[in-house]
Design a protein around this ligand. Structure first.
Ligand code: ZN
Length: 487
C-alpha cells in the first residue's frame, strides 16, 4: 500500500494557526454588537468601518478572555504587548489594514497536551495574540446579481484570538486531536463557542514533509479553507501525500498558499506565500501599548474553572473509572456535567459511565447531536439504573427502555409500566416457562442430561423468549439448573 511504504520513509511536520472568536458582547475596538445573523451592515459604526478621524478603544473583556486562555495553556502573559497594523487590501477590510499583534504578542511559550497511542504528547504554543476579524463578502447567486459582490461589515472588528502552535504535530490524527483539545479548552473557559461549522473556530495549517531522521524542515505549504474537523484531517492527508509523491518523483515542493477544495477533495494552489514583511507591520499609533498588572493576572487565574486535564484526573481518582472513560467524559464541559449529575443521583460511577459511553453516546452520534440536545436527562438515566438495581427491570430490558427514553423523552418508570416490561421475579411463573421450554424440546433435554452442557444456553434463550426477556436472569439460571438435572 502507498501509505505504509511512503510514510515509513517520510514524516509530516504540521503546525496550526487557529483563530477563535471571543464571546464578548461588543466588538474589540468599538461598541457595536457582535450578534450573529443581523441585517447586513446593521452592526457597524465609523470605527469598525474605518472612517477618517475615528479612533479605536480597546475592549477590556477581550484582553481578559485572551489572558484566561494564556493561563489555561501555561503561557507566559506578556507584561507589555502592542497592537500593530497588518497592511493589505481586500474589499472586506475597509481600513486597508487589520489591527493585530506582531512583535509583542499577549502571551507566549505555552503548551497543550494531547494523548497519542496512550502517551501524553506536549504540543508547544508559540504565541497567542489578539486581533480583529474582517468582514464578509457575498457573491451574487441569481442571474440578475451574478455580476455583483456584496460586502457585510457586521463581522468587521469582532475580537479573535490567534493561537499559533509549534511544528510539533506529525499526522492529521494528531492535528485533529489537538484541535479538539483546544476547542474543549475554549469552551471550558467560556470565552468562545469554538464552533468550526459556524466559522468562529478557524484553522490554517503549515505542512511540510521530510525524510525520517532528517532534522531540517522541508519546504512548507499553507492550507486554508478547512471548515470542519473532518476537512482538516482530509486536507492534511491529501497534502502530505501530495508532497511525498512530489519528492518521490524527484520534484520540489513550492512554498505557497493552497486552498482545500471540498467538492474535489484536493488542495489547489491559490497564491505564492506572502512573507511577514509583505504586510509592512508597524505599531498602531491610535492604540496605546497594553501593560498588564500582575494583580490582574492573579485575579483572573484565581477565577479559572476546572480545566479538562484536571477534571479527567479527578474523575479517575474520585470515581475510579478508567482513564479512557474519563478522557471521553471530560471532552466537553456539558458531557462532564451530565456525568456528575447522573452520579450524584445514582452513586455507582462505573455503571453510569458504562451507559453513557455505550448507549447514550452511540445514540447521540447516530443523530449527530450534542449532549445538550439529549432527550434523556441525568434524572431519567439515574432512575433507570435504580430500576435495574432494584430488580424491577433486567439489564437486557433496560436496553429497550433506554432506546424508548431516547426516542420519547419519557420517564423510565412510565415506559416500563405502559409496556408491561416489569421483570418477572415470580418463581412459579418462571418454572412454568421452563416446563414449557422443556416439553417443546425433549431431544435437547435428553442430550443435555447425557452431558451436552453447552445446551444450557439454549434453554436460557428459550425461557427468555417465552417471557419476552422479562424473566430475572439469575432466577432463570437457578431454576433451570434444578429442572434440567437428571431425574
Ligand atoms: Zn463599530
Amino acid at each position: 500500500m502507498w501509505r505504509q511504504e511512503m510514510l515509513m520513509e517520510y514524516e509530516a511536520v504540521i503546525g496550526l494557526e487557529v483563530h477563535a472568536q471571543l464571546l464578548t458582547r461588543s466588538k474589540i475596538f468599538c461598541g457595536c454588537s457582535t450578534a450573529f445573523g443581523e441585517e447586513p451592515n446593521a452592526l457597524t459604526c465609523p470605527v469598525c468601518t474605518g472612517q477618517p478621524g475615528s479612533l479605536p478603544v480597546l475592549n477590556k473583556k477581550a484582553v481578559e478572555f485572551a489572558i484566561r486562555l494564556g493561563l489555561a495553556t501555561s503561557c507566559r502573559i506578556a507584561p507589555y504587548s502592542l497592537f500593530a497594523r497588518k497592511n493589505y487590501f481586500y474589499p472586506d477590510l475597509p481600513k486597508g489594514y487589520q489591527i493585530s499583534m506582531y512583535e509583542y504578542p499577549l502571551a507566549e511559550h505555552g503548551f497543550v497536551d494531547i494523548t497519542v497511542d496512550d502517551q501524553k504528547k506536549r504540543i508547544k504554543l508559540i504565541r497567542i495574540h489578539l486581533e480583529e476579524d474582517a468582514g464578509k463578502l457575498k457573491h451574487g447567486e441569481t442571474p440578475e446579481t451574478a455580476a455583483f459582490s456584496y460586502v457585510d461589515f457586521n463581522r468587521t472588528g469582532v475580537p479573535l484570538v490567534e493561537i499559533v502552535s509549534g511544528p510539533d504535530l506529525r499526522s492529521s490524527q494528531e492535528a485533529g486531536d489537538y484541535l479538539r483539545k483546544l476547542r474543549s479548552l475554549l469552551q471550558y473557559l467560556e470565552i468562545s463557542t469554538a464552533n468550526m461549522e459556524e466559522g468562529n473556530f478557524r484553522c490554517d495549517a503549515n505542512v511540510s514533509v521530510r525524510p525520517r531522521g532528517q532534522k531540517e524542515f522541508g519546504t512548507r505549504t499553507e492550507l486554508k479553507n478547512m471548515n470542519s474537523f473532518r476537512y482538516v484531517e482530509k486536507a492534511l492527508d491529501y497534502e502530505i501525500k501530495r508532497q511525498i509523491d512530489l519528492l518521490g518523483e524527484g520534484g520540489e515542493v513550492v512554498q505557497e498558499t493552497r486552498l482545500w477544495d471540498v467538492s474535489q477533495g484536493i488542495t489547489v494552489s491559490m497564491r505564492g506565500k506572502e512573507e511577514a514583511h509583505d504586510y509592512r507591520y508597524f505599531p498602531d499609533p491610535d492604540l496605546v501599548p497594553i501593560r498588564i498588572e500582575d494583580s490582574w493576572i492573579e485575579a483572573i487565574r484565581k477565577n479559572l474553572p476546572e480545566l479538562p486535564d484536571a477534571k479527567k484526573e479527578r474523575f479517575v481518582n474520585d470515581y475510579e473509572i478508567p482513564e479512557y472513560d474519563a478522557e471521553i467524559l471530560t471532552s466537553t464541559k456539558a458531557l462532564a456535567n451530565y456525568y456528575e449529575e447522573s452520579v450524584r443521583l445514582f452513586p455507582e460511577p462505573k455503571a453510569v459511565s458504562n451507559w453513557m459511553m455505550g448507549d447514550l453516546l452511540r445514540e447521540l452520534k447516530n443523530d449527530e447531536k450534542e449532549i445538550e440536545q439529549c432527550p434523556v436527562t441525568p434524572g431519567h438515566l439515574a432512575e433507570m439504573l435504580a430500576m435495574i438495581k432494584q430488580g424491577t427491570i433486567s439489564g437486557k430490558i433496560a436496553k429497550d427502555v433506554f432506546e424508548e427514553m431516547y426516542r420519547t423523552g419519557e420517564k423510565p418508570e412510565k415506559i416500563v409500566r405502559d409496556k408491561g416490561w416489569v421483570q418477572i421475579l415470580d418463581k412459579g411463573a418462571i418454572e412454568q416457562a421452563i416446563e414449557k421450554a422443556m416439553q417443546a424440546n425433549p431431544r435437547q433435554v435428553e442430550d443435555y442430561r447425557k452431558g451436552k452442557e453447552k445446551l444450557f444456553g439454549f434453554f436460557v434463550g428459550e425461557v427468555m423468549k417465552q417471557t419476552k426477556g422479562k424473566a430475572n436472569p439469575q432466577l432463570v439460571n437457578e431454576l433451570l439448573k434444578e429442572k434440567l438435572k437428571v431425574k
